[in-house]
Ligand binder design. Structure first.
Ligand code: ATP
Length: 246
């Protein structure tokens, strides 16, 4: 049987002045999957995430678990069940890891459990997130003292604290070495296995091919290929898009 669709994008376009940054993108993201977006620099990956999360004015439909959210403001989309991180991680450097993650709870308005029947308290939710990401040992440390890999995990924890159905990650492996990137991949699988659907943009091709259940390739704002990592790896259109960008 086909997996249910958690997030559906229908003909999304974003124009910046005369530039068409995203050009008619339609995608179905299966519930409980890790869905990758790759493509050369300037292909429109970040802009697509900005459109989905409400930061970029767009045309077309965004449907989250059957509910249209494309007309909502960013904070309303968070409350509807979207979480995201940004390419440039913004943490409160002097505050502890715990305090940084708590910000995510506030932003989401303490959304209650979406999948289960039981409503868990915000405190329990935080505990679960810390365990899931392996951040327990650094929870009292100031964010400014952490490694780049730990900072990435804190920004992901902050997004997860709001209990999203769908987590949008923009370059989570940016600035990470190979070991940190493998560690991150392991944590992202755990998040998926806990029931959260993940959409990830990253340039680390090794990580993406290894991690993602499905991948779509963007070039000049359009989807030029979609498939499993094995299919994407051998697709001549993908190689061509990357070669053409240099
Ligand atoms: P990268 O991999 O380098 O991060 P990307 O695939 O995420 O690239 P985007 O950053 O989404 O690509 O950019 C897509 C296009 O939109 C580019 O041509 C870019 O110059 C343009 N663009 C992005 N943001 C803006 C903006 N705020 N104003 C004007 N043009 C923009």
């Amino acid at each position: 049987a086909e997996a249910e669709t958690e997030l559906e994008l229908r003909d999304i376009s974003v124009h910046y002045g005369g530039v068409v940054a995203v050009d008619g993108v339609s995608l179905s993201v299966p519930r409980g999957s890790i869905f990758g977006l790759i493509g050369p620099n300037g292909a429109g990956k970040t802009t697509l995430i900005d459109a989905v999360s409400g930061f970029a004015p767009h045309t077309g439909g965004v449907v989250l678990a059957g509910t249209p959210i494309g007309d909502l403001a960013p904070h309303q989309r968070i409350r509807a069940g979207l979480g995201r991180t940004f390419q440039a991680i913004e943490l409160y450097e002097d505050l502890s890891v715990l305090e940084n993650v708590k910000v995510g709870l506030t932003a989401s308005g303490h959304r209650s459990e979406v999948s289960g029947a039981v409503e868990r308290s915000a405190g329990e939710r935080m505990e679960a997130v810390f365990r899931l990401l392996g951040l327990d040992s650094v929870r009292e440390r100031p964010a400014g003292e952490l490694s780049q890999g730990q900072r990435q995990l804190v920004s992901i924890a902050r997004a997860l604290a709001g209990h999203p159905r769908v987590l949008l990650l923009d370059e989570p492996a940016g600035g990470l070495d190979t070991v940190e990137s493998a560690w991150l991949g392991e944590r992202l699988r755990r998040i998926r296995d806990s029931g959260v659907t993940i959409i990830v943009v990253d340039h680390d091709m090794g990580l993406m091919l290894n991690l993602c259940d499905r991948i779509s390739v963007l070039n000049f704002g359009q989807v030029i290929a979609s498939g499993t990592p094995a299919e994407i790896r051998v697709d001549p259109r993908v190689a061509e898009a990357y070669l053409g960008s240099h």
